[in-house]
Write a protein that binds this ligand. Structure first.
Ligand SMILES: [Zn+2]
Length: 385
């Protein structure tokens, strides 16, 4: 029978027993702390005793191996204490212990685990020198259980964990959500006390560039038919229609480009454009048909469609291929572009993407980036003008 409270150096704390290994020969006592005053002083708040196999722990972590080595003084008690006063959650240790014992897919360590604990799981790997690859299968199960709950706020908090666990599909998904939906500048949020855990600066920079490119695409696609219109002589009624079109865009803060508001996110801009389509539809105009008469209206639908499907998120595989390192070539990364097969080798691992994802996943050296950005702009100019 588990004691509901135990005494830790004169402090009475809540207590729980969890059996990980039925024939366990060691108790791992995880002690969570809480702040007791505004100076940041901590006191034990909660203790959980996990029943585990000693040899399994020693194999998985050099830190545990040394704790349980020949000088292990706690031999008689068969207990080690982990003082998590740096804020690692008991849940995170629970996840690791389950993974060690081949039980990483249990409900308690997948479905019920809140996304913030992903950070703790990663921090625990740093502290106890655990192999992050050992948690990959667990992370995949976690993702499958939680993918549908991920909105923009959570996606932002998942950028680091999805990157740190090297989950191709999840990282693509969360980067896509933030690029399309984040209001203002994309800046990853760390909701935990582990402030040392940060994405490399280059990643948020690429996300913000991808977002600007989407805004650019919308504007170019709205402008293209207007430019075409202006190049020819028009009748008075056609001119009137042109002014009407512009006025509608201006009223919804979609036009002109410099004033178009994307501070509620790209998706919000696209929805405003779609609302114009609906308005016109009420006037019995078929917007989906690209006819000469409805040229301007059709451009709205095309701009939305093209922009929504342009960016598939950042690709960890392309990032790894382009990252420069000692003696490492990024040739395979550039070869994909020559073949126009941008997600070659990525598709098989669950990340289908086009050229924009390939392009913004470039993490190579600066001069290459600059040269390629020049190429990208000129390529786009040829295409649009
Ligand atoms: Zn890729």
């Amino acid at each position: 029978m588990s004691d509901p409270t135990i005494d830790l150096d004169g402090v009475e704390v809540s207590h729980k027993d969890i059996e990980i290994a039925r024939d366990g020969d060691l108790t791992v006592r995880v002690i969570e702390y809480e702040e007791i005053d505004s100076d940041g002083n901590m006191e034990p708040a909660f203790a959980t005793d996990f029943c585990v196999q000693k040899e399994i722990l020693k194999k998985r972590s050099p830190v545990f191996a040394s704790m349980l080595g020949p000088h292990w003084r706690e031999g008689k008690q068969k207990l080690i204490e982990l003082h998590e006063d740096t804020g690692i959650s008991t849940t995170a240790i629970h996840v690791w212990l389950r993974i060690f014992h081949g039980d990483g897919d249990s409900k308690e360590t997948c479905g019920k685990v809140n996304h913030e604990h992903l950070w703790h799981v990663y921090e625990a790997a740093q502290k106890y020198r655990l192999e992050i690859d050992d948690a990959k299968a667990w992370f995949d199960l976690w993702w499958n259980a939680h993918e549908l709950e991920v909105d923009c706020r959570i996606a932002n908090q998942l950028l680091f964990p999805c990157w740190a666990f090297r989950h191709l599909r999840a990282f693509g998904y969360v980067t896509k959500i933030v690029v399309y939906n984040e209001a203002g500048y994309i800046s990853p949020v760390n909701p935990t006390p582990h402030k040392d855990l940060q994405l490399p600066d280059k990643i948020p920079q690429q996300l913000n560039k991808a977002k600007l490119k989407l805004k650019d695409t919308v504007q170019k696609m709205l402008w293209e038919p207007m430019a075409e219109f202006l190049q020819k002589e028009r009748s008075g009624s056609e001119d009137k229609r042109f002014v009407q079109h512009q006025r509608r865009l201006v009223r919804k803060n979609i036009w002109p480009s410099e004033k178009a508001r994307v501070d509620n996110g790209i998706e919000h801009l696209l929805e405003r454009i779609e609302s114009l389509k609906v308005d016109r539809a009420e006037e019995n105009s078929d917007l989906h048909e690209y006819t000469q008469g409805d040229h301007l209206d059709a451009s709205l639908g095309l701009a939305v469609e093209k922009t929504r499907t342009q960016f598939d998120g950042l690709c960890l595989k392309c990032m790894a291929m382009s990252e420069s390192g000692r003696g490492k070539s990024d040739e395979a990364y550039f070869a994909k572009n020559r073949r126009k097969d941008w997600d070659d080798e990525c598709r098989d691992e669950g990340m289908d993407h086009g050229d924009d994802s390939w392009f913004f996943s470039y993490l190579g050296r600066r001069p290459f980036t600059e040269r390629r950005e020049y190429w990208w702009d000129s390529w786009n100019d040829d295409r649009w003008w």
